[in-house]
Design a protein around this ligand. Structure first.
Ligand code: AP5
Ligand code: ZN
Length: 214
Protein backbone atom coordinates (compact mmCIF):
# COMPACT_ATOMS: atom_id res chain seq x y z
CA UNK A 1 0.00 0.00 0.00
CA UNK A 2 1.37 3.41 -1.03
CA UNK A 3 0.02 6.32 0.97
CA UNK A 4 0.61 10.06 0.94
CA UNK A 5 -0.07 11.91 4.20
CA UNK A 6 -0.86 15.48 3.22
CA UNK A 7 -1.34 18.30 5.69
CA UNK A 8 0.04 21.42 7.29
CA UNK A 9 3.00 21.38 9.66
CA UNK A 10 1.77 19.92 12.93
CA UNK A 11 -1.37 18.40 11.44
CA UNK A 12 -0.39 14.99 12.83
CA UNK A 13 1.26 13.29 9.83
CA UNK A 14 4.26 11.97 11.77
CA UNK A 15 2.10 10.81 14.69
CA UNK A 16 -0.22 8.80 12.45
CA UNK A 17 2.68 7.54 10.30
CA UNK A 18 4.02 5.77 13.39
CA UNK A 19 0.61 4.15 13.92
CA UNK A 20 0.26 3.09 10.26
CA UNK A 21 3.79 1.72 10.15
CA UNK A 22 3.06 -0.63 13.01
CA UNK A 23 -0.37 -1.54 11.60
CA UNK A 24 0.62 -2.22 7.98
CA UNK A 25 4.34 -2.94 8.27
CA UNK A 26 5.32 -0.38 5.65
CA UNK A 27 8.09 2.19 6.16
CA UNK A 28 7.56 5.87 6.89
CA UNK A 29 9.40 8.14 4.50
CA UNK A 30 9.56 11.51 6.21
CA UNK A 31 11.59 13.98 4.17
CA UNK A 32 11.76 16.22 7.26
CA UNK A 33 13.27 13.41 9.38
CA UNK A 34 15.72 12.55 6.57
CA UNK A 35 16.83 16.17 6.31
CA UNK A 36 17.24 16.49 10.09
CA UNK A 37 19.36 13.32 10.09
CA UNK A 38 21.52 14.80 7.29
CA UNK A 39 21.98 18.00 9.32
CA UNK A 40 23.05 15.99 12.35
CA UNK A 41 25.56 14.02 10.30
CA UNK A 42 26.85 17.18 8.62
CA UNK A 43 26.48 15.80 5.08
CA UNK A 44 26.47 18.23 2.09
CA UNK A 45 22.68 17.83 1.94
CA UNK A 46 22.41 18.73 5.62
CA UNK A 47 24.63 21.78 5.19
CA UNK A 48 22.49 22.96 2.25
CA UNK A 49 19.21 22.33 4.10
CA UNK A 50 19.89 23.73 7.58
CA UNK A 51 19.39 27.46 7.03
CA UNK A 52 16.37 26.91 4.79
CA UNK A 53 14.66 24.68 7.34
CA UNK A 54 15.42 26.95 10.29
CA UNK A 55 13.81 29.79 8.32
CA UNK A 56 10.69 27.67 7.72
CA UNK A 57 11.18 27.65 3.95
CA UNK A 58 11.18 24.68 1.58
CA UNK A 59 14.36 22.90 0.50
CA UNK A 60 14.83 22.90 -3.29
CA UNK A 61 12.74 20.47 -5.32
CA UNK A 62 15.82 18.93 -7.00
CA UNK A 63 17.42 17.94 -3.71
CA UNK A 64 14.19 16.53 -2.29
CA UNK A 65 13.17 14.63 -5.41
CA UNK A 66 16.60 12.97 -5.59
CA UNK A 67 16.38 12.01 -1.93
CA UNK A 68 12.95 10.40 -2.24
CA UNK A 69 13.73 8.58 -5.50
CA UNK A 70 16.75 6.98 -3.86
CA UNK A 71 14.73 6.04 -0.78
CA UNK A 72 11.77 4.43 -2.52
CA UNK A 73 14.09 2.34 -4.68
CA UNK A 74 15.19 0.47 -1.53
CA UNK A 75 14.04 -3.06 -0.87
CA UNK A 76 11.89 -2.28 2.19
CA UNK A 77 9.61 -0.14 0.01
CA UNK A 78 8.71 -3.02 -2.32
CA UNK A 79 5.35 -3.60 -0.58
CA UNK A 80 4.51 0.04 -0.08
CA UNK A 81 5.41 3.11 1.94
CA UNK A 82 4.04 6.13 3.73
CA UNK A 83 5.08 9.48 2.36
CA UNK A 84 5.08 12.02 5.19
CA UNK A 85 5.89 15.60 4.15
CA UNK A 86 6.41 14.75 0.48
CA UNK A 87 5.30 15.84 -2.07
CA UNK A 88 5.01 19.45 -0.97
CA UNK A 89 5.01 21.25 -4.31
CA UNK A 90 3.49 20.60 -7.73
CA UNK A 91 6.95 19.83 -9.28
CA UNK A 92 7.53 17.22 -6.54
CA UNK A 93 4.15 15.60 -7.26
CA UNK A 94 4.80 15.70 -11.01
CA UNK A 95 8.21 14.08 -10.50
CA UNK A 96 6.54 11.15 -8.74
CA UNK A 97 3.98 10.79 -11.50
CA UNK A 98 6.63 11.03 -14.23
CA UNK A 99 8.60 8.38 -12.40
CA UNK A 100 5.63 6.01 -12.60
CA UNK A 101 4.97 5.97 -8.86
CA UNK A 102 1.30 5.07 -8.37
CA UNK A 103 -0.22 6.10 -5.03
CA UNK A 104 -3.16 4.15 -3.63
CA UNK A 105 -4.35 6.69 -1.07
CA UNK A 106 -3.89 10.39 -0.43
CA UNK A 107 -5.05 11.39 3.06
CA UNK A 108 -5.51 15.07 3.81
CA UNK A 109 -5.30 16.07 7.50
CA UNK A 110 -7.35 19.18 8.11
CA UNK A 111 -6.41 21.23 11.20
CA UNK A 112 -6.88 25.02 11.63
CA UNK A 113 -3.73 27.13 12.00
CA UNK A 114 -4.42 28.23 15.59
CA UNK A 115 -4.73 24.64 16.81
CA UNK A 116 -1.43 23.90 15.09
CA UNK A 117 0.45 26.74 16.73
CA UNK A 118 -0.69 25.45 20.12
CA UNK A 119 0.28 21.87 19.29
CA UNK A 120 3.76 22.79 18.16
CA UNK A 121 4.51 24.65 21.37
CA UNK A 122 4.20 21.35 23.27
CA UNK A 123 5.81 18.97 20.78
CA UNK A 124 8.75 16.82 21.81
CA UNK A 125 10.47 14.40 19.42
CA UNK A 126 12.76 11.39 19.48
CA UNK A 127 14.99 12.15 16.49
CA UNK A 128 16.38 8.64 15.95
CA UNK A 129 12.97 6.99 15.49
CA UNK A 130 10.75 9.88 14.42
CA UNK A 131 8.43 9.24 17.38
CA UNK A 132 6.46 12.34 18.30
CA UNK A 133 4.93 13.36 21.64
CA UNK A 134 3.02 16.28 23.07
CA UNK A 135 3.46 17.35 26.67
CA UNK A 136 -0.35 17.37 27.22
CA UNK A 137 -2.08 15.53 24.34
CA UNK A 138 0.28 12.62 23.85
CA UNK A 139 2.76 12.62 26.74
CA UNK A 140 5.61 10.13 27.14
CA UNK A 141 5.43 7.82 30.16
CA UNK A 142 8.30 9.75 31.77
CA UNK A 143 8.55 13.48 30.99
CA UNK A 144 11.29 14.25 28.45
CA UNK A 145 12.12 10.56 27.78
CA UNK A 146 11.27 8.35 24.79
CA UNK A 147 9.02 5.42 25.81
CA UNK A 148 10.89 2.73 23.90
CA UNK A 149 14.57 3.64 24.11
CA UNK A 150 14.79 5.69 27.31
CA UNK A 151 16.64 8.36 25.32
CA UNK A 152 16.03 12.08 25.74
CA UNK A 153 13.38 13.91 23.75
CA UNK A 154 14.18 17.22 22.07
CA UNK A 155 12.38 20.35 20.87
CA UNK A 156 12.68 20.90 17.12
CA UNK A 157 14.61 24.00 15.99
CA UNK A 158 11.75 25.09 13.75
CA UNK A 159 9.03 24.86 16.43
CA UNK A 160 9.39 28.49 17.60
CA UNK A 161 6.03 30.22 17.15
CA UNK A 162 7.37 32.70 14.57
CA UNK A 163 8.86 29.88 12.46
CA UNK A 164 5.69 27.79 12.79
CA UNK A 165 3.64 30.72 11.44
CA UNK A 166 6.11 31.09 8.57
CA UNK A 167 5.81 27.36 7.77
CA UNK A 168 2.02 27.60 7.82
CA UNK A 169 2.24 30.47 5.30
CA UNK A 170 4.46 28.36 3.05
CA UNK A 171 1.98 25.47 3.37
CA UNK A 172 -0.97 27.62 2.30
CA UNK A 173 1.00 29.17 -0.58
CA UNK A 174 2.73 26.12 -2.02
CA UNK A 175 1.52 22.81 -0.61
CA UNK A 176 -2.22 23.31 -0.33
CA UNK A 177 -2.32 23.36 -4.15
CA UNK A 178 -1.81 19.61 -3.93
CA UNK A 179 -5.31 19.22 -2.49
CA UNK A 180 -6.76 20.17 -5.88
CA UNK A 181 -4.04 18.24 -7.70
CA UNK A 182 -4.84 14.94 -5.96
CA UNK A 183 -8.61 15.46 -5.89
CA UNK A 184 -8.31 15.79 -9.64
CA UNK A 185 -6.25 12.60 -9.89
CA UNK A 186 -8.88 10.83 -7.79
CA UNK A 187 -11.63 11.99 -10.15
CA UNK A 188 -9.67 10.37 -12.96
CA UNK A 189 -9.47 7.14 -10.95
CA UNK A 190 -5.68 7.43 -10.52
CA UNK A 191 -5.77 7.41 -6.71
CA UNK A 192 -8.20 7.54 -3.77
CA UNK A 193 -8.50 10.84 -1.89
CA UNK A 194 -9.79 11.19 1.66
CA UNK A 195 -10.23 14.27 3.79
CA UNK A 196 -9.84 13.73 7.53
CA UNK A 197 -10.75 15.89 10.53
CA UNK A 198 -7.33 16.13 12.19
CA UNK A 199 -8.58 18.04 15.24
CA UNK A 200 -9.88 14.88 16.92
CA UNK A 201 -7.75 13.18 19.60
CA UNK A 202 -4.85 11.01 18.33
CA UNK A 203 -6.64 7.68 18.87
CA UNK A 204 -9.79 8.79 17.14
CA UNK A 205 -7.79 10.05 14.12
CA UNK A 206 -6.08 6.63 14.02
CA UNK A 207 -9.47 4.91 14.07
CA UNK A 208 -10.75 7.12 11.24
CA UNK A 209 -7.64 6.30 9.23
CA UNK A 210 -7.99 2.59 9.74
CA UNK A 211 -11.59 2.70 8.58
CA UNK A 212 -10.59 4.60 5.44
CA UNK A 213 -7.74 2.27 4.54
CA UNK A 214 -9.35 -1.09 5.32
P1 AP5 B 1 8.65 18.22 8.26
O1 AP5 B 1 9.47 17.54 9.25
O2 AP5 B 1 7.95 17.45 7.20
O3 AP5 B 1 7.62 19.11 9.03
P2 AP5 B 1 6.11 19.50 8.68
O4 AP5 B 1 5.45 19.02 7.46
O5 AP5 B 1 6.19 20.96 8.80
O6 AP5 B 1 5.28 18.71 9.68
P3 AP5 B 1 5.57 18.45 11.16
O7 AP5 B 1 6.57 17.34 11.30
O8 AP5 B 1 5.89 19.76 11.83
O9 AP5 B 1 4.14 18.03 11.67
P4 AP5 B 1 3.34 16.64 11.56
O10 AP5 B 1 2.18 16.80 10.66
O11 AP5 B 1 4.26 15.49 11.34
O12 AP5 B 1 2.75 16.63 13.03
P5 AP5 B 1 3.14 15.72 14.29
O13 AP5 B 1 2.61 14.35 14.13
O14 AP5 B 1 4.59 15.88 14.60
O15 AP5 B 1 9.50 19.34 7.50
C1 AP5 B 1 10.38 20.21 8.18
C2 AP5 B 1 11.10 21.09 7.17
O16 AP5 B 1 11.89 20.29 6.28
C3 AP5 B 1 10.22 21.93 6.24
O17 AP5 B 1 9.83 23.15 6.82
C4 AP5 B 1 11.14 22.13 5.02
O18 AP5 B 1 12.10 23.13 5.25
C5 AP5 B 1 11.87 20.79 4.94
N1 AP5 B 1 11.17 19.81 4.08
C6 AP5 B 1 10.64 18.61 4.47
N2 AP5 B 1 10.06 17.99 3.44
C7 AP5 B 1 10.24 18.79 2.35
C8 AP5 B 1 9.82 18.71 1.00
N3 AP5 B 1 9.13 17.66 0.54
N4 AP5 B 1 10.15 19.74 0.15
C9 AP5 B 1 10.85 20.81 0.60
N5 AP5 B 1 11.26 20.95 1.88
C10 AP5 B 1 10.95 19.96 2.76
O19 AP5 B 1 2.25 16.44 15.43
C11 AP5 B 1 2.53 17.76 15.89
C12 AP5 B 1 2.26 17.84 17.39
O20 AP5 B 1 0.86 17.66 17.63
C13 AP5 B 1 2.95 16.75 18.23
O21 AP5 B 1 3.30 17.30 19.46
C14 AP5 B 1 1.88 15.67 18.41
O22 AP5 B 1 2.05 14.90 19.58
C15 AP5 B 1 0.61 16.52 18.45
N6 AP5 B 1 -0.55 15.83 17.87
C16 AP5 B 1 -0.58 15.05 16.76
N7 AP5 B 1 -1.84 14.63 16.50
C17 AP5 B 1 -2.61 15.18 17.49
C18 AP5 B 1 -4.02 15.11 17.77
N8 AP5 B 1 -4.85 14.40 16.98
N9 AP5 B 1 -4.48 15.80 18.84
C19 AP5 B 1 -3.62 16.53 19.63
N10 AP5 B 1 -2.30 16.61 19.42
C20 AP5 B 1 -1.79 15.94 18.35
ZN1 ZN C 1 6.32 15.34 10.98
Amino acid sequence: MRIILLGAPGAGKGTQAQFLMSKFGIPQISTGDMLRAAIKEGTPLGVAAKQVMDAGQLVSDDLIIGLVKERIAKEDCANGFLLDGFPRTIPQADAMKDNGVVVDFVIEFDVPDDVIVERMSGRRVHPASGRVYHISYNPPKVAGIDDLTGEELVIREDDKEQTVRKRLGVYHEQTELLVGYYRNQAEQGLTKYHHLDGTQPVDSVSAQLLALLS
